[in-house]
Design a protein around this ligand. Sequence first.
Ligand code: FES
Length: 126
Amino acid sequence: MGGMDPGNQEALAKQVDRLAINQIQRHIFVCADQSKAQCCTTEEGLAVWDQLKRRLAERGLMSGENCIFRTKANCLRVCEQGPIAVVYPEGTWYHHLTPDLVDRLIDEHLIGGRPLEEYVFAKRPL
Ligand code: FES
């Protein structure tokens, strides 16, 4: 492995700033827009994803001390009882998410650090 081109490092450093990567507190992956919808319908997964995206932006949680990073996952391999999501660093796995739950998920877990236990089906901190 050779060294990285300095130009590329600069481009990456810009992305680190733009995405507030150094401020991330939690990272949520949501199964949505699957190439093969199995845990839920495409519409159900996208509804949760769209609501999450909208609310994180509206609430200014894309940077700052409560910075939350979000990733749309094509499939989290559970393929049952979705929409499925997982939150790190705790490794908290959620089933049956809905758009109505998104604000609670943000307040209680993504900011507050207290999982919505009634929707958790596995925990595996990494
Ligand atoms: S289709 Fe959602 S976890 Fe696989």
